[in-house]
Design a protein around this ligand. Structure first.
Ligand code: PLP
Length: 480
């Protein structure tokens, strides 16, 4: 039995390159983070070998006594992490990820072609909340259920609850979905509860993006108002590395220095602050997976527990990924620590510092700011789109993503960028470093504006070709 270096050096080499990329960049993708060695040990363990269709104590295979123990422990920790009373709430920890978890809820509570309402994808919602275009039913959710998305009020960037209410009264959905992939504000759950009650709908929250913030009680608690709550387990998941100031000096700093010389020294010196080098955060750090929390009492005549458990297996899935459940149990233990709460508070402080600095620099933010871990910057007033800025920043090892902003004409060339604070908070960034990060992004945007002026035509490819062949300071960092 060989290790990876002997068995498959080719795959090992790819893993090394990806690890290098992850550690050399300023990671600002709102849905990503760094998991811990402990979680990775569990995920890479012998738990992957075992089949265990069913639930603890009710399996279709023998040899599951330890898997039962593990899954029960994971369930217990999941409920404890969100301060839930096990008599009132149950949880299924088997969903393979966030999208399957959502689809499992739909098939548990709805009949084919029942009506649902989720936030529209171009306004921050997720594909699995029923996305469709006028021409095409894109997501499975919109193929098998009738979807009528609600949207933001474009003048405020906030969910248009009045319109949601009016539409719901006409459309009579069976399910209303709160939660989003790119919405910087808390949802108004009491208002959504009222709307759901008025039309006889279930209320679901997909808290994938903010589950860590919910567990740490630093955002509004959706469990008080919703019938069912889903989440991924890998997004807002912090880490417990001691800060690696030498990591910054050896990796990010040389790259930033050649791209944004003015700020490279500044940010490097901040990273070297002695108190930063000692920060150690122990907290939630999930493997890629999903969870569904459900009320134990029947809702609208549905026995939630059996409907949801049956929708997961045998409805949509087969054997659970026990190695993932092992990793999840490990991260949920960390989620109950005081350090976890401190980390999540810092995520929010950092996001606010970033938002404030971007506003000071003259940027327009969707909704004007942020209550959570992300901000959405509208680049259209600068005559730019998110795709160009994403590429330019990529060249400087600053990783974020282009994102639709309300009013966009095309989802392919969206007018904004989404910037998240969780991953770099994991690495010890505080407000000061996020202010410096905003300045770095600003330099990238200035470069994009200059480059755009010099390129005729609007094709992204022409723009990139021009940047690569020009004397812009980042040219020597570009690799094909
Ligand atoms: N729900 C929300 C709000 C998300 O943002 C995402 C992923 O981006 C998902 C669900 C889907 O998660 P997964 O990619 O794990 O299926």
């Amino acid at each position: 039995d060989y290790g990876l270096s002997e068995a498959d050096p080719e795959v090992l080499e790819i893993i090394k390159k990806e690890k290098d990329r992850q550690f050399k960049s300023l990671e600002l993708i709102a849905s990503e983070n760094f998991t811990s060695r402990a979680v990775m040990e569990a995920v890479g363990s012998c738990l992957t070998n075992k089949y265990s269709e069913g639930l603890p104590g009710k399996r279709y295979y023998g040899g599951n006594e330890y898997i039962d123990e593990l899954e029960t422990l994971c369930q217990k920790r999941a409920l404890a992490s969100f301060n839930l009373d096990g008599n009132k709430w149950g949880v299924n920890v088997q969903p393979l990820s966030g999208s399957p978890a959502n689809f499992e809820v739909y098939t548990a509570l709805l009949k084919p072609h029942d009506r649902i309402m989720g936030l529209d994808l171009p306004h921050g919602g997720h594909l699995s909340h029923g996305f469709m275009t006028p021409k095409r039913r894109v997501s499975g959710t919109s193929i098998y259920f009738e979807s009528m998305p609600y949207r933001l009020d474009e003048s405020t960037g906030l969910v248009d609850y009045d319109m949601l209410e009016k539409t719901a009264i006409l459309f009579r959905p069976k399910l209303i979905i709160a939660g989003a992939s790119a919405y910087p504000r808390d949802f108004d759950y009491p208002r959504m509860r009222k709307i759901a009650d008025a039309v006889g709908a279930f209320l679901m929250m997909d808290m994938a993006h903010i589950s860590g913030l919910v567990a740490a009680s630093v955002v509004v608690d959706p469990f008080e108002y919703c019938d069912v709550v889903t989440t991924t387990t890998h997004k807002v998941s912090p880490d417990d590395y001691s800060i690696r100031f030498f990591w910054y000096l050896l990796t990010v700093w040389p790259q930033c220095r050649s791209v944004f010389p003015g700020l490279a020294w500044d940010i490097a010196l901040r990273i070297l602050r002695p108190e930063n080098s000692l920060i150690s955060l122990q907290s939630l750090r999930g493997p890629r997976g999903g969870m569904i929390f459900f009320k134990k009492d029947p809702v609208l005549g549905v026995d939630m527990e059996s409907a949801i458990n049956n929708a997961v297996f045998p409805g949509l899935q087969g054997g659970p990924h026990n190695h993932t459940i092992g990793g999840l149990a490990v991260c949920l233990k960390h989620a109950q620590s005081p350090e976890f709460k401190a980390y999540q508070k810092q995520v929010i402080c950092n996001s606010r510092a970033l938002a404030n600095r971007m506003v000071e620099l003259g940027y327009k933010l969707v909704s004007g700011g942020s209550d959570n871990h992300l901000i959405l910057v509208d680049l259209r007033p600068l005559g730019l789109d998110g795709a160009r800025v994403e590429k330019i920043l990529d060249m400087a090892s600053i990783t974020l993503n282009k994102n639709s902003v309300p009013g966009d004409k095309s989802a392919l060339v969206p007018g904004g960028i989404r910037i998240g604070s969780p991953a770099m908070t994991t690495r010890g960034f505080t407000e000061r470093e996020f202010v410096a990060t905003a300045d770095l992004i600003h330099e990238g945007v200035q470069i994009s504006i200059e480059a755009k002026k010099s390129v005729s035509g609007s094709k992204l490819q022409d723009f990139l070709k021009f940047v690569k062949s020009s004397d812009f300071p980042l040219t020597d960092k570009v690799s094909d």
